[in-house]
Design a protein around this ligand. Structure first.
Ligand code: ZN
Length: 266
């Protein structure tokens, strides 16, 4: 009797395992089929017009970028909250995710399931009417009002981030850099790649140095970066991706760390 029970249990477990294995395979097959589809020409022209990072890529890298955009759109939910979204907004969200991780094509933000698009800026209580211009990144928090696995972006801020001009800010890149920073378990301004290379001490010293310059008014980096090391990383990354030439010229030491963190020479 005991043996029969154990045997039955084993069979049930095997059937369940086979079911999930098949489901996973099917998902992978669907995704690779989706990623091999031709990239819509209309989408390509939106990217060319709005995403400077994409525009500056070589033809082969453009294709790689498009594939990563398709994968992001196929695997994450993008939902509008009290507003509307179109292909442009979806492409801006996907671009924000792809840009910082472009050198790591296997990375697809495992902690993110949903991106919510809000009609305007919002504060920690998700109130869109207060604190204009403030933005809040929410992930990995259980309970409370925060939503696990969710990124929230303000639609007008996101559209402004991709208006085709060179600047120092990009709300989308900012939030996805936080997520990339958090893959080692902590959003602390010390990304995994630096941990791997044991550059942590010198990176922290570099942050401190640059923060002092910001305080003295000797730096053109957004003072929001003074908030903490995580915000510092997000803010300098926005600048690095949005205007790499100016960033390299004005912040050659920081630039070297950015190249190391993102494995990209811009
Ligand atoms: Zn932030």
């Amino acid at each position: 009797m005991q043996e029969l029970l154990t045997y039955s249990l084993l069979v049930v477990l095997l059937v369940i395992a086979a079911y999930f294995y098949r489901k996973k395979k099917e998902k992978q097959r669907k995704l690779s089929e989706l990623m091999s589809r031709p990239f819509p020409e209309k989408w390509r022209s939106i990217l060319l017009k709005k995403v400077l990072f994409y525009r500056n890529l070589e033809a082969e890298d453009k294709q790689l970028f498009e594939k990563q955009v398709l994968r992001f759109l196929a695997t994450k939910k993008i939902e509008a909250v009290s507003t509307t979204i179109d292909d442009t907004v979806r492409l801006m969200v996907a671009s924000s995710a792809v840009i910082p991780t472009f050198a790591f094509p296997n990375f697809n933000y495992p902690a993110v399931r949903t991106v919510l698009i809000y009609p305007g800026s919002f504060d920690e209580d998700f109130d869109v009417t207060k604190h204009k211009g403030h933005r809040q990144f929410i992930t990995g928090m259980v309970g409370n009002k925060a939503l696990k696995g969710t990124v929230i972006l303000s639609k007008p801020d996101l559209l402004a981030a991709y208006n085709g001009s060179r600047k120092k800010s990009n709300v989308g890149i900012h939030e996805f850099v936080h997520l990339m920073d958090g893959t080692d378990g902590a959003i602390d301004g010390i990304p995994e790649r630096l941990l791997d290379h044991s550059y942590v001490a010198s990176w922290l010293f570099e942050i401190k140095d640059e923060m002092e310059d910001i305080l003295k008014g000797k730096s053109d980096i957004n003072p929001y970066g003074l908030t903490n090391n995580a915000e510092f990383l997000a803010v300098v990354s926005e600048y690095f991706f949005e205007n790499p030439k100016s960033f390299k010229k004005k912040h050659p030491d920081l630039y070297k760390y950015m190249v190391e963190i993102f494995d990209q020479k811009l």
